[in-house]
Design a protein. Structure first.
Length: 751
């Protein structure tokens, strides 16, 4: 009964939403991802709402809030006559648009063949992705029905050319994928318009007089779409935020952040609450906790890191290593359902960009009371693990603790100690021996993990150096040494230990899961490897990670190593959060979770609450029921928010690399082919910048794309371009708006 009522309330929220467009039951089922075995129950809830009179069914079988709502009493309008006259004119224009559309032939009575998500292309055409179908549907320029990126659309199938992709025509838009757009404002005197940054938004947005917030030409703005337009009218909207002039430092990155819907500022209520709870650790705070302030704890991070959420300790017990991983107890300050908690869940994760960090929690907490700063007492959750000489876990304890960080160390210093640097060893004489023991345990744990089949995709990362004006002044590789690996090994050990502990308790939990690759992807990878002269052993239907690890190990030092490693990574599934413990394929781990970063990841914060409820004896039936009801949505939402953050970070990096390369147009570079498609080949330079050599610039022949082994083959010359092949290219052009770089092979630049 409780679930039935929850579904009623949820559906009423959907129907009352301004974005809702009346739709049929079948469309609602697809929009809301109703599983087949739940559709009878869904229909029952819908009918119950109809029977109660809260929802009505139109003559066309669509569900909506009844139109005969009580009318409001009209009050006197105190605004100026000029203002009300302008508003009346705007409303009249909008009503005229609606009336004109109403006279057009309607597609409402046509039954769709497919319903799916529309993906637009900058050249006007698009595709429709249908859930559960591998092949998407091509939609020509004249058949899009003005659908835009991420719209959920209904379409009918049309006939494409023989042997080509199935085509479709959009007959109606069920719901729009977005309502806010970031772009550049252009003033035209009595009105304005916004040119969207995204090339997926192909039409300018009309901004009526009085709805520009005072924006001037060249301002980067956020625009809310009030009307999506039709054959004869542009979309119409109003400005909700001015980000600054397009040439102002930092506005380019801020525009990308806003386009992804990422909030940069915290609400006043959240800031106030953070300041209120961020009090120094008191005797009352420490009550009931393990006081381990006399234990030598160090933090090891990058030089610029400010949100330090993990510390480590190690003592020897005979031949055994007693490793402590101590994580900031963020839940002590962020109570469930508080303003801080609601905001953290809405963000899901901190976002790390080239010139800034957008934190999940206000700096008062993330860089203050929740950061394990040197020389200060801090509340923590500690996972204390005892390993034998072979790296076997022989004992563990998970507890609430009070710790005191002895040193705030960097990867650089720790690596220097590990490699025998006399100066650093003297500087940190009190912990040098502990670091040596940590280095021993780190190697033991890594070897043990590798033995079971853990895959290490160790790609070089690029550090984008930006000055105070937002200009890129250089690209430098991130150096990942054994000190980085040491912390990684210890965090992995803690995450596995915590996941196994609570899985065996059969507690509600949030796991980090990574599924095995799809058999089709592994078969394709096997074919590609075969074409390159390599092989992948094992059952392609249920491959073990150890086989992939062995294959990658066999490539060490080969010229094909980087390319094949990338191809292998592309065949993997994305990791995500789940309430079921399904294992982590890449780590070859049966149990895994994210426990170690509650400052910057919401799932870790959620796990800490569950742990503390167990430790304090509060995990009763009511709590279990509560977690079982909220955790599936938490796992789903945070997985999506994580992907959003990663996409945003990637777009910012692309933009900054384009801006950096703009200075080198016409110059020659050495690179290697990193990817090949039907329209050309992507070349990665030594500085990790990637750009396209379009097939149309290869003037010596007509090149055919061979998909099986990802090569371009000249029909007349027989010339072959393959992955990993070194090439010399000339930078031809860059496009900041599209964030693309175009190269030409040096031998063809004379054309």
């Amino acid at each position: 009964m409780k679930d039935f009522d929850k579904q009623r309330h949820f559906l009423m929220d959907v129907f009352k939403s301004p974005a809702y467009i009346p739709m049929k039951k079948k469309d609602l089922e697809i929009l809301l991802d109703v599983e087949k075995d739940k559709r009878a129950e869904f229909a029952e809830v819908l009918q119950d709402l109809v029977d109660d009179g809260q929802v009505e069914i139109t003559k066309r079988g669509k569900y909506q809030i009844p139109e005969n709502r009580p009318k409001f009493i009209k009050t006197k309008d105190h605004r100026s006559k000029k203002a009300t006259k302008a508003e009346t004119a705007t409303k009249k224009q909008s009503l005229n648009q609606v009336a004109k559309r109403a006279n057009r032939p309607s597609n409402d009575n046509i039954e769709p063949d497919i319903i799916g998500r529309f993906i637009s292309h900058k050249d006007g055409f698009g595709f429709i992705e249908v859930e559960g179908q591998e092949e998407d549907y091509f939609v020509g320029r004249d058949n899009t029905g003005f659908a835009m990126q991420d719209d959920i659309v209904a379409a009918v199938l049309t006939f494409g050319a023989s042997g080509k992709r199935q085509e479709a025509r959009v007959i109606r838009i069920i719901t729009h994928g977005f309502s806010d757009v970031v772009g550049t404002y252009e003033d035209s005197g009595t009105f304005g318009f916004v040119v969207a940054d995204s090339q997926k938004m192909l039409r300018d947005i009309f901004i009526p007089s009085g709805k520009s917030m005072g924006a001037v030409s060249g301002h980067k703005v956020v625009c809310h779409i009030d009307d999506y337009g039709d054959d004869d009218h542009k979309p119409e909207g109003h400005i909700t935020e001015i980000l600054g002039h397009k040439n102002d430092p930092g506005v380019d990155i801020l525009s990308i952040v806003k386009a992804f819907g990422i909030t940069t500022e915290f609400p006043d209520k959240v800031i106030k609450q953070a300041s209120t709870v961020a009090k120094p650790v008191s005797e009352a705070d420490m009550a009931g906790r393990n006081d381990i302030r006399d234990l030598c704890v160090v933090t090891i991070d990058g030089e610029d890191t400010k949100d330090i959420d993990d510390g480590v300790s190690l003592v020897m017990d005979g031949d055994n290593y007693v490793l402590g991983v101590h994580i900031a107890d963020v839940t002590n300050y962020v109570q469930e359902s508080s303003a801080l908690d609601v905001e953290a869940l809405k963000r899901g994760t901190s976002v790390y960009l080239a010139d800034r960090v957008i934190p999940m929690l206000p700096h008062t907490l993330s860089n203050g009371m929740c950061s394990l700063n040197e020389g200060e007492d801090r509340l923590a959750l500690s996972c204390i693990m005892t390993f034998d000489k072979k790296g076997n876990l022989v004992d563990h304890e998970i507890c609430e603790s009070v710790i005191h960080s002895n040193h705030r160390m960097t990867y650089t210093s720790v690596y220097a100690i590990m490699t025998g640097d006399a100066e650093e060893r003297e500087k940190y004489a009190d912990v040098a021996e502990m670091i040596d023991n940590m280095a021993e345990l780190s190697k033991i744990l890594r070897a043990k993990r590798k033995k079971r089949g853990s895959i290490d995709f160790d790609f070089p990362e690029t550090h984008i150096l930006i000055d105070e004006n937002g200009k890129v002044i250089g690209l430098a590789p991130y150096e990942r040494n054994d000190a980085h690996k040491l912390i990684e090994d210890f965090m992995l050990a803690a995450n596995e230990t915590v996941a196994e502990h609570f899985n065996l308790m059969e507690s509600p939990f949030v796991y980090r899961v990574h599924g095995a690759p799809e058999p089709e992807k592994i078969q394709s990878l096997g074919k590609f490897l075969g074409a390159c002269g390599y092989s992948l052993k094992g059952n392609k239907e249920s491959i073990h990670p150890k086989e992939i690890q062995k294959m990658l190990d066999s490539l060490k030092g080969h010229e094909d190593e980087a390319v094949i490693t990338k191809m292998t990574l592309r065949s993997m599934q994305q990791a995500r959060y789940d309430t079921e413990c399904k294992g982590h394929f890449g780590l070859a781990a049966k149990y895994y979770c994210h426990f170690t970063s509650p400052i910057r990841r919401y799932p870790d914060l959620q796990i800490h609450r569950i742990i503390k409820d167990h430790l304090r004896g509060r995990m009763n039936e009511r709590k279990i029921s509560h977690y079982e009801s909220i955790l599936p949505q938490v796992a789903l939402d945070t997985s999506k928010l994580e992907r959003r953050a990663e996409d945003c970070e990637r777009e910012v990096d692309k933009l900054k690399m384009v801006q950096y390369m703009k200075e080198f147009i016409g110059q020659t570079f050495q690179g290697s082919i990193s990817s090949i498609t039907g329209w050309g080949m992507y070349v990665e330079l030594e500085n990790t910048v990637e750009g396209l050599v379009h097939v149309s610039t290869l003037y010596d022949d007509h090149y055919e794309f061979i998909e099986e082994n990802l090569t371009l083959v000249g029909e007349c010359t027989g010339r072959i371009f393959k992955l990993g092949q070194p090439v010399t290219v000339v930078l031809d052009s860059v496009d900041e708006q599209a964030r693309t770089i175009d190269f030409i092979l040096e031998e063809f630049q004379r054309f």
